[in-house]
Design a protein around this ligand. Sequence first.
Ligand SMILES: Nc1ncnc2c1ncn2[C@@H]1O[C@H](COP(=O)(O)OP(=O)(O)OP(=O)(O)O)[C@@H](O)[C@H]1O
Ligand SMILES: [Mg+2]
Length: 257
Amino acid sequence: MNPLIELKNLSVRFDDQDVLTNIALAIHPGESFGLVGPSGQGKTLILKLIAGLVEPTSGEVLIEGKTWGQRTESEKLVLLKKMGMLFQKNALFDSLTCLENIGFALQENTTKTEKEIVEIGEYYLNAVGISHARNLYPDEISGGMQKRLGIARALALEPQIVLYDDPTAGLDPITSKKIIDLIADLKKKNNATIVVISNDMNRTYQISDKIGMVYNAGLILTGSVDETKKYPHPAVQQFIKGDVEGPLTNRRPVEEL
Ligand SMILES: Nc1ncnc2c1ncn2[C@@H]1O[C@H](COP(=O)(O)OP(=O)(O)OP(=O)(O)O)[C@@H](O)[C@H]1O
Ligand SMILES: [Mg+2]
C-alpha cells in the first residue's frame, strides 16, 4: 500500500537555524502516528508542513503521492477539505458561539443549508460531550471543553486525515484519557488517518500504531508502542522515562565552563 503522507529528505531552515534536517516519514492509510519530543524541536512544524501551511527549505511533502506545489489551487482546496487540524492553541473564533465555531467551516466549504449545518454542529457537540455549551462563547468554557470544541470543529468536515497538535496539553489525567478515547473513537468511525502530537507518553501509547520522536533536528522512528519502549537510543529512553539525567539534558557543570 502506498503511503498517504510521506516526508522525503525534508529540511527546514529559519534564518540560520536548521530546525529539521533530512526528515523521512511514511504514514499509511488508517494509521495513527504519535509524534513526541522535547519542546521547540519541530513537532508543530511537522504538522504545518503536512498541512501545507509551511514549505520545506528542501525535500518533499507528499500527500497521496503529490506535493502541495504540484496541485492546482482547486486541487489544494479539495485536499484541504480532506484534512482537519486541531491547533496547539485551539485557534477558536472568540466572537462565535461553540455551535457557530463548528458551523463556520461548513458554511465556507460546503453547499449545505443552514438547517443541515446546525444539525451537524449539534451532532459533533454531542459527540465530544459538550452539547450543553452550544450557545456559549469559547472564553465561557473550560480548557478541556475548548479542546473538545477544537476537535469537534476539526472533525465536522469528516476529514480523512486529522492532525492533532497536543490535544491533551494542560488537561487533568482523567480528561486527557477521555479526550484520547474520543479521538480513537472518532478515528475508527471515520476510518481516518491521524497524527497526534503529545508529550504524555501514556496517552501516546494509548493512541499510536507507530511513534516518532523529534530530536536534534532529526526524526527518530521508534516503531510500535512495544518497539518504542525498548528503543535502544539514550535520548529516546530518557524522554519516555522522563529521566532528569541523559543526552537531552546533559550540560557541563558550571565550574567547567
Ligand atoms: N515561522 C517560523 N519562523 C521562524 N522560526 C520558526 C517558525 N516556526 C517555527 N519556528 C522555530 O522552529 C522550532 C520548532 O518549533 P515548533 O513550534 O515546531 O516546536 P514544537 O516541537 O511544536 O514545540 P512545543 O512542544 O513547545 O509546542 C522553534 O525553534 C521555533 O522557534
Ligand atoms: Mg508545538
